[in-house]
Design a protein around this ligand. Structure first.
Ligand code: DSN
Length: 430
């Protein structure tokens, strides 16, 4: 519905709440939702106000196809500086020879590497999705599975961890051109050094997808895969706590191929406002404050795992080396779906996930993936995560007092406010 005052002159200076109260109200509701529940989705985080500001900046107006100094448009002198700062900070943070900061998201970062070094039909070896891998690591319905001949390794049934002997045996059998390590639901350290040995033994290249644990790497709390990998891909918005986006790091010898694969190979104009926000996120990730935050993410994950185990629940691998804990419900009457829905009722937001050797289909699943980055960002400490574990355990019972459990979650949210100084989206500022 057009407002009577929607003149061109008015629209040129009006704010969101004035022009589009419907969307402003929905954004306000989303802010309230984020504030009013305990966010435990392992791939989510609450980014910094400075990053939100950069994402909402005028750099969104700029076309800049190409790379700094080599653009197809005029007027790129400022965004060139922004992108150069982002590239330099990414390289410095992770000790990489080359960075491409243009991927719109993690899937595009992975696609960039595949396009850079693979031809359709080439063989690739990656962790299977149901053992903790990722869609873009060769799932049949994904472009990766359609374009390339993916083969998969899994985790050992005994330890639920990657078995490097099995990976080597599989690599010798498959003779892949590229080995992919990393994933989205693997709670233990990704040992890129061991994958490197295997890659060298079979003459393959190695790509590490550190989307989930890149914040821990930046903080020195997870081994850095960069020295061992030809390519490292990541998102920026998970543990790294930046804007929703991706990036690729690689060895200099692959720099030109990676850059060409992304543009003109795959994406068009880069999102320079998001690249500005990535630069800010990389700057923050190099601070002592960020290292301290990541230390708390890790400690909280250990406290969560210990709390769940002491309440009688099963945790995959008996714990975690990262920010991520996988609840294994195979030996309970709960499905992952039912658990997710119950936890939603008590204001804990999680996602169901298959666990290795799951007999249930992915839409139902027998696991729940739980991560600590977002709640840690709003100040949760180990005692708070002990309480979260107790709320989870209390919720997954037949006679759970849902109202009382929800009130315990709400008390934690009240104690640890999210974006306390942010006034929201409903106020119009001329
Ligand atoms: N969707 C992301 C995750 O939840 O891990 C991966 O792309």
């Amino acid at each position: 519905m057009a407002n009577s005052h929607e003149t061109f002159e008015h629209l040129k200076s009006a704010g969101l709440a004035d022009v589009d109260p419907d969307i402003a109200a929905l954004l306000g509701r989303e802010l309230d939702r984020q504030r009013g529940q305990i966010e435990l989705i392992a791939s989510e985080n609450f980014t910094w106000p400075s990053v939100l500001e950069a994402v909402g900046s005028v750099a969104t107006n700029k076309y800049a196809e190409g790379y700094p100094g080599k653009r197809y448009y005029g007027g790129c002198e400022v965004v060139d500086e922004i992108e150069e700062i982002a590239r330099t900070r990414a390289k410095t943070l992770f000790g990489a020879e080359h960075a491409n900061v243009q991927p719109h998201a993690g899937a595009q970062a992975n696609m960039t590497v595949y396009f850079a070094v693979l031809k359709p039909g080439d063989r690739v070896l990656g962790l299977s999705l149901d053992h903790g891998g990722h869609l873009t690591h060769g799932l049949g319905v994904n472009f990766s599975g359609k374009l390339y001949e993916f083969h998969h390794y899994g985790v050992s049934r005994d330890t639920m961890r990657v078995d490097y002997d099995e990976v080597l045996a599989k690599a010798k059998e498959v003779k892949p051109k590229l080995i992919v390590c990393g994933g989205s639901a693997y709670p233990r350290t990704i040992e890129a050094d061991k994958f490197r040995e295997i890659a060298d033994e079979v003459g393959a290249m190695l790509m590490t997808d550190m989307a989930h644990f890149s914040g821990l790497v930046a903080a020195g709390l997870h081994p850095n895969p960069v020295p061992y990998s030809d390519f490292v891909t990541s998102t920026v918005h998970k543990t790294l706590a930046g804007p929703r986006a991706g990036f690729v790091l690689c060895r200099e010898e692959h720099a030109a191929a990676v850059d060409r694969a992304l543009f003109p190979g795959m994406q068009g104009g880069p999102l320079e406002h998001t690249i500005a926000a990535k630069a800010t996120a990389f700057k923050i990730a190099g601070t002592e404050a960020f290292r301290d935050y990541q230390g708390r993410v890790r400690a909280n994950a250990d406290a969560l795992a210990a709390g769940l185990i002491s309440s009688g629940l099963e945790v995959l691998t008996g714990g975690t080396d990262t920010h991520l804990v996988q609840l294994d419900l195979r030996h309970t009457e709960w499905t992952g779906l039912a658990a997710q829905e119950r936890l939603d009722e008590v204001k804990l937001t999680v996602n169901r996930n298959t666990v290795p050797f799951d007999e249930r289909p992915p839409m139902v699943a027998s696991g729940v993936r739980i991560g600590t980055p977002a709640a840690t960002m709003r100040g949760f400490d180990e005692a708070d995560f002990g309480e979260v574990a107790a709320i989870i355990a209390g919720s997954l019972t037949d006679d759970a007092d849902v109202t009382a459990l929800r009130e315990r979650s709400e008390a934690l949210c009240a104690k640890r406010p999210l974006y306390p100084g942010f006034r929201g989206y409903t106020e119009y500022v001329a």
